[in-house]
Design a protein around this ligand. Structure first.
Ligand code: G3P
Ligand code: MG
Length: 250
């Protein structure tokens, strides 16, 4: 799988960050619907575990910023999380949006032929189990799909657990700054891609990563001029909040 994906990369150049970027409440199905509306064929989302080990979408450790609830996500069951309004904070038009499970998102993406980058975003202290359970759930939900979801994480322990649980699912090492030992990390985790903050990338680093045989993705690219420069450096994918400014084209 990894060698094959390195050779023929199935994911499009533009990836909607957190579902639909900043045009809809992040990590909700309303965001994914916005992606489809803009012609996007791929999205990224953040996935963690509820207290009862259901894989669901949320960026922060707490539900405070992006819902009408309060408190640590890891202490809430999925039944409790399902009661929250994850859209009203973004505007009245989105009131009542639910915090989706990964299963909800898989059903939507598979029905719409939308590809997914699952960022494994563990709650504190849950790195290994989140990597393992998200990978297992992703393998189950995308069984038989032509293109599997791409798993990524800032957390090496989560990626290592995902690798052990579902080695056939492609993995990307996610980093803000690109560490000096990126080659060793990508090799050890058998990653197909490196995914970095675009501010950390230089033309030289992009060349080295590409020459080493890896796909290269950048987040969060919202300025069309930045997008053009990064693509000229050989970057394969751009994760963006601004679906309206970066039109889906390839
Ligand atoms: O996966 C790329 C990007 O989502 C990483 O940063 O904080 O938006 O999850 P963050
Ligand atoms: Mg993310």
């Amino acid at each position: 799988m990894s060698q094959h994906l390195k050779q023929s990369w199935p994911y499009p150049e533009l990836v909607a960050h957190r579902g639909g970027g900043t045009l809809a409440p992040e990590n909700t199905l309303a965001g994914f619907r916005e992606g489809i509306r803009y012609g996007y064929r791929a999205a990224e989302c953040d996935v963690k575990l509820s207290a009862d080990n259901v894989c669901f979408l949320l960026h922060d450790d707490t539900v405070d910023r992006t819902s009408n609830g309060q408190g640590e996500a890891k202490l809430k069951t999925m039944a409790e999380l399902s009661m929250l309004d994850a859209g009203g904070w973004k505007g009245a038009a989105f009131a009542g949006e639910a915090l989706p499970t990964l299963a909800n998102v898989a059903a939507y993406c598979r029905a719409q032929d939308m590809l997914l980058n699952i960022e494994i975003k563990p709650c504190p202290g849950r790195f290994e189990e989140t990597g393992r359970l998200v990978a297992q759930e992703a393998a189950r939900l995308w069984a038989g799909a032509a293109v599997p979801p791409l798993l990524s994480s800032f957390e090496i322990d989560a990626l290592r657990a995902a690798q052990a649980a579902e080695p056939a699912l492609p993995r990307a090492f996610l980093c803000e700054d690109i560490p000096a030992n990126w080659r060793e990390i990508l090799r050890e985790l058998d990653c197909v891609a490196l995914h970095c903050d675009h501010h950390a990338l230089t033309a030289e680093l992009a060349r080295d990563i590409k020459q080493a045989g890896y796909q290269l993705l950048c987040y969060t690219v919202n300025d069309p001029a930045d997008a053009e420069r990064l693509l000229a450096w050989g970057v394969d994918g751009l994760c963006t909040d601004r679906l309206d400014l970066l039109p889906a084209r390839r």
